[in-house]
Design a protein around this ligand. Structure first.
Ligand code: FAD
Ligand code: DHB
Length: 389
């Protein structure tokens, strides 16, 4: 259930193992292919896209970055991923990953239903769980071995099994105002800035489009941010004394995203398995959300593969345990990056000094920089072929 990165990757990995699946999605194809979200692919996610034969456009259009800049007190400090880890990250919009996966599924003639309504999952404690939905006003019922709840944070799957779950949650006292602009990147690599006015991020989607974010209040009214104010604030927060010049241009998309950390445990009940944002949310500062959704899909595809091959539930039973170590690592890293770079409104001068001392440490100690770098570029994935040889 759900045609975001989690659902589409899972169905593709099942297809590669010869396992049938049906994907249903409440939104239209056009909507999911144009929803602006994540932009950073970890190295293991990039490797996976190549391994599953979907790396062609990514190789041509993705931007490989071997480092990021941390900017504070008006100066940039590079974290050199290549030197510290031998790895890199790739800037490639989430909607491009989604487009590649949808194209592959449709090309293979596999079922993918958009615009479905009234979705429910029932009988999940039996060995034949069911999914009901309607499409074009006609009610349909699917019977399956396994239901994968890949329906995001606001989907119905987590609610279906909520009695079996414990939630761990934290909300942050800020949100991100994100823009897409027709401007050339003002820096070759991503810039994460911690300014006295708050956090700012300079990112990109290609040679002519930038994606940039500003820390704002959690209940921020976007109407209070006309384009001139956004450019002025980005200019202030991203300023450095080393010649950085922010290019200003047309803003063609803007929105405010709240920031939260959330984990549901276990990530399963009966034959319903939660994958990606349906089970967990990270604040965006560590660029982990989509990568984590894809990592869950890898674990579940392996478990379903083992179930289909042997009839044993053993790997399915271990799904949660096999996901949670990575999930909590990403939660910790994302919370760390958020605390390192954002300024709470009531932050006192002592806390700001501590934050700057931590930034000094991360950018001057090889050990501290390496810890940040290895988390940022991503841990190895558990792919079905890593198990099966
Ligand atoms: P989703 O992408 O939310 O997909 C769920 C799908 O299910 C949706 O298409 C939805 O329409 C559908 N659906 C909902 N209900 C139902 C239902 N009842 N039945 C069927 N379908 C349903 N992550 C990163 O890794 N790197 C980044 O740089 C990054 N930056 C981000 C920046 C922003 C501004 C935001 C908002 C997020 C960012 N993320 C980032 C997070 C990332 O976008 C999410 O973690 C990712 O989309 C999770 O994928 P998913 O497939 O689990 O869920
Ligand atoms: C982008 C988003 C992030 O959350 C991040 O940490 C880095 C880059 C982006 O959208 O480009």
């Amino acid at each position: 259930m759900g045609a975001g990165p989690a659902g589409l990757m899972l169905s593709h990995l099942l297809h590669l193992q010869g396992i049938e699946s049906i994907v249903i999605e409440t939104r239209s194809r056009d909507y999911v292919e144009h929803r602006v979200r994540a932009g950073v692919l970890e190295q293991p996610t990039v490797d996976l896209m190549h391994e599953i034969g979907l790396g062609k456009r990514l190789a041509a259009e993705g931007l490989t970055h071997e480092g990021i800049a941390l900017r504070f007190r008006g100066h940039s400090h590079r974290i050199d991923f290549a030197d510290l880890t031998g790895s890199a990250i790739t800037v490639y919009g989430q909607q491009e990953v989604v487009k590649d996966l949808i194209a592959a599924r449709l090309e293979a003639g596999l079922p993918l239903h958009f615009d479905v309504e009234q979705v429910t999952a029932t009988d999940i404690d039996s060995s034949r769980p069911r999914v009901q939905f309607s499409v074009d006003g006609t009610a349909q019922t699917l019977e399956a071995d396994v239901v994968a709840g890949c329906d995001g944070f606001h989907g119905v799957c987590r609610t279906t099994i909520e009695k079996a779950l414990t939630f761990f949650e934290h909300t942050y006292p800020f949100a991100w105002l994100g823009i897409l602009a027709r401007t050339h990147p003002s820096s070759k690599e991503l810039v994460y800035a911690s300014h006295d006015n708050g956090f700012a991020l300079h990112s990109m989607r290609g040679p002519d489009v930038t994606r940039q974010y500003l820390q704002v209040a959690p209940d921020e009214d976007i109407d209070r941010w006309p384009d001139e104010r956004i450019w002025q604030e980005l200019g202030t927060r991203l300023h450095d004394g080393d010649g950085f010049e922010l290019e200003i241009g047309e803003i063609f998309d803007k929105g405010v995203t709240p920031m939260r950390s959330f984990v549901a445990e276990p990530m399963q009940s009966g034959r319903l398995f939660l994958v990606g944002d349906a089970a967990h949310i990270v604040p965006p500062t560590g660029a982990k959300g989509m990568n984590l959704a894809i990592a869950d899909a890898c674990v579940l595809s392996h478990a379903i593969g083992a179930f289909c091959a042997t009839g044993s539930d053993e790997q399915l039973d271990e799904y949660t345990a096999n996901c949670l170590r990575r999930v909590w690592r990403a939660e910790q890293f994302s919370a760390f990056m958020t605390a390192l770079l954002h300024r709470p409104q009531d932050q006192d001068p002592f806390e700001r000094r501590l934050q700057l001392a931590h930034l000094d440490y991360v950018t001057s100690s090889r050990a501290a920089a390496m810890s940040l770098a290895e988390n940022y570029v991503g841990l190895p994935l558990v792919t079905p072929w890593a198990f099966n040889g």
